[in-house]
Design a protein around this ligand. Structure first.
Ligand SMILES: *Cc1c(COP(=O)(O)O)cnc(C)c1O
Length: 404
């Protein structure tokens, strides 16, 4: 990968006809070090947010030693890159073959489940010559509300509080260490999401009367986007720590989390080209089947910036985007704010695509990934206020100084 100062240098030196993924390893390092030092427990990176090997290695360099994987392909990927990483297979519905390979070949010892059937499957797949494994950490996934989150994870997985005690008791029998996990939904806009979920956890523990060794608060930690300005992550950590310390768990219990978005969002932007302008609609060369799935399907607003050598002095206006494929669904309504004189041939940087952006790209209609380049300027989140502190222009923010 070549390295450039910023998006403008990439645009002017390469004049790329295909979208270019701009990656910011410094931002990923910052994010990793932040979680390692500020979260009051262990942080497992949720690989699905962005499985780029370069990112995974960068997070390792920043001190992340634990990884949340959800498929056997993710297990193999991380194990291949990082032989010493601790992997947790946290998809509650797994293929038995996947569990067996994870346990017997890839050294995975941590599994999640939300049914008695999945528990039986894990016990079967991890036994050797009919002898059950005695080194499993089993995490029972509780169903909690996604009420504070922009993307729900509430309907698919998780056992209700009423049924959880029986499953906790059964898992306790099969486990060396017993955990409780949940996911409050992605981009949780208030720390109250975790306080509420931990109240459910407390009820389940009290009802079951089991000894619990791990409390895993999952992912959901927010990043910053236009119109989505969550409180600082320190506020979340403080709320979680307070609720965790009030739980009836074993003396040696551990607190875990599984950030995906919060560790990866700042890592990547995409440099796109405007191919046509029709009123306030811009036809760009990346879209719903590329890295802008969420912009098209859940109207996510990503920060955008005009990348032009002579900065535009035109006032700002609101734009919608069409992506490059031939169907109407490749449409992102935004609104995206850009100078009103933006025109065909201009380049734009679409920011905060390190989480669920880069990872979602397909080759549909012949529009696949272009090149990847490293850039060394600040991630575009630094343009968005946090805790009410106004944005600082990107060009005066020093690396490593951006607030979270
Ligand atoms: C998706 C997912 C995560 C990561 O969620 P973010 O909102 O990106 O932090 C963590 N844990 C599980 C089980 C997930 O499915």
């Amino acid at each position: 990968m070549y390295e450039y100062h910023n998006a403008l240098r990439v645009a002017s030196e390469l004049q790329p006809a295909a979208p270019v993924t701009l990656v910011r390893p410094d931002a990923a390092l910052d994010a990793a070090r932040f979680f390692v030092s500020a979260f009051p427990g262990k942080s497992f990176y949720a690989v699905k947010a962005n499985p780029s090997p370069h990112l995974i290695e960068t997070l390792w360099a920043g001190g992340i030693r634990h990884f949340d994987v959800a498929s056997i392909a993710e297990v193999r990927l991380v194990r291949g890159l990082l032989p010493k990483a601790v992997l947790a297979f946290m998809h509650p519905v797994k293929a038995e073959e996947a569990i067996a390979e994870a346990y017997h070949v890839q050294g995975v010892r941590i599994f999640s489940l939300d049914t008695h059937e999945e528990l039986a499957k894990i016990v079967r797949a991890c036994s050797t010559d009919g002898v059950p494994a005695d080194d499993l950490t089993l995490c029972v996934r509780l169903k909690v509300s996604s009420g504070y989150s922009k993307l729900s994870l509430a309907s698919k997985f998780g056992i209700g509080v009423a049924d959880a005690p029986a499953l906790l008791l059964a898992a306790r029998q099969a486990a060396d260490a017993l955990g409780i996990c949940f996911h409050v939904g992605s981009q949780a806009m208030s720390p109250a999401a975790y306080a509420d979920a931990l109240a459910f956890v407390r009820a389940a523990i009290v009802e079951a009367g089991v000894t619990v060794d791990v409390i895993d608060v999952g992912g959901g930690f927010p990043s910053r986007y236009p119109g989505m300005e969550p409180p600082s992550l320190e506020t979340y950590f403080a709320v979680i720590e307070r609720a965790y310390e009030a739980l009836p768990v074993s003396y040696s219990a551990e607190l875990w989390c599984e950030p995906g978005r919060a560790l990866s969002a700042d890592y990547a932007s995409v440099l796109v080209r405007v191919e046509k302008r029709r009123g306030n609609e811009l036809y760009i060369n990346d879209g719903a089947y590329g890295s802008l799935f969420d912009a098209a399907h859940v109207d996510w607003r990503f920060p955008v910036k005009l990348v032009r050598a002579d900065e535009s002095v035109a006032e700002a206006d609101e734009f919608a985007f069409y992506g490059p494929t031939c169907d109407d669904m490749d449409y992102m309504k935004g609104p995206f704010e850009l100078p009103s004189d933006v025109k065909a041939g201009d380049y734009l940087e679409v920011g905060q695509l390190g989480a669920y952006g880069q990872a979602m790209r397909t080759g549909f209609n012949g529009f696949g990934a272009g090149e990847t380049a490293i850039v060394r300027d600040e991630p575009m989140a630094s343009l968005i206020p946090v805790d009410g502190v106004p944005a600082v222009p990107a060009n005066v923010v020093k690396l490593g100084a951006h607030r979270r």
